[in-house]
Design a protein around this ligand. Sequence first.
Ligand SMILES: Cc1cc2nc3c(=O)[nH]c(=O)nc-3n(C[C@H](O)[C@H](O)[C@H](O)COP(=O)(O)O)c2cc1C
Length: 187
Amino acid sequence: MIFQRWLQEELNLTQVRIPTACCLSTIGLDNYPNARFVSLKEVSDDSFVITGPLNSRKGLEINLCNKVALTFWWVETERQVRIQGEATQISKTLADKYFSERNKDSQIISIVSKQGHVITDVDGLIEEYNRIEQSSGNNKLRRPEYWGGYTIKPARIEFLEFKTTRFHNRDLYTIENQKWVLQTLQP
Ligand SMILES: Cc1cc2nc3c(=O)[nH]c(=O)nc-3n(C[C@H](O)[C@H](O)[C@H](O)COP(=O)(O)O)c2cc1C
């Protein structure tokens, strides 16, 4: 798959801490497009996996309309990838796996923080964080019910590569009758 080759080529060169960061766009509850960065967790069965709280703003938006976009800009290789597709919630078993792969700080934050809610008591949050950190010791933390992820099955993927001539290469793949059809677009 071209995506994995491009990602690997960027990973070979980049020094950034979260090289899998990408912009997840959803159709907002108020119809404004809504976009935020997330980190791509895996490409599995030609679909793209992201994780986070399902009851967040993005979760509510995906519940209402599961058509989303994922956009990558890779600085070292000067490439952009635009994916449009449909998001489906991953199974609880898979969510457990991704949760267990998070570092402990992130796991505790996922447990104590209600992502997107207004903070009324910062000290209370910090206390709760410290309490869980101390009481859990070396024990594994359980994934909260509301934490999970989505697998995004692409319907369209565009690969853009910068060229020094400015004649950038744009290859658009679209699913037609269950087959990928390639069109090369003007820059
Ligand atoms: C580089 C980067 C990676 C991020 N990765 C995630 C992620 O994987 N999952 C997540 O829920 N939020 C992630 N965030 C935070 C989101 O950008 C966002 O603040 C959060 O998901 C709440 O968005 P929402 O209110 O639209 O649901 C990341 C932010 C940045 C800057």
